[in-house]
Design a protein around this ligand. Sequence first.
Ligand SMILES: [Zn+2]
Length: 128
Amino acid sequence: MKQQLLRHEFVEQFPDQPTDGTVYVSMLFASAMHLCCCGCGNRVVTPLSPSGWTLTFDGRTISLDPSIGNWSFPCQSHYWIVKDRTDWSRRWSRGEIVEGRDRDQSAADVAARPKRSGGLWRKLRVWR
Ligand SMILES: [Zn+2]
């Protein structure tokens, strides 16, 4: 069954038997996990990082940003988790899925790439 209302639980480690409709948040591992909100039972792990997901806790509810796109599952469900609720979106087209994947990939690439410092600046100084 599609989940509409969610709960959240702050845990150290994700449970072996997670409950449907619960978002587990581990600060220790900087990630969140829940069972796919479509009810298919697949585990969705969302790493919290600048190139991954951002968790917002307003003291009562949690939100995850960006949306959850389960393209690797047969259900291909896509939804947002906003204030302990699932916000369902229409199913994405193939093209949009590929584009979304590309964007995720490049964001991760940028984060992983070491910063080159002063390349242009050095060139400018040589030109003088
Ligand atoms: Zn699903």
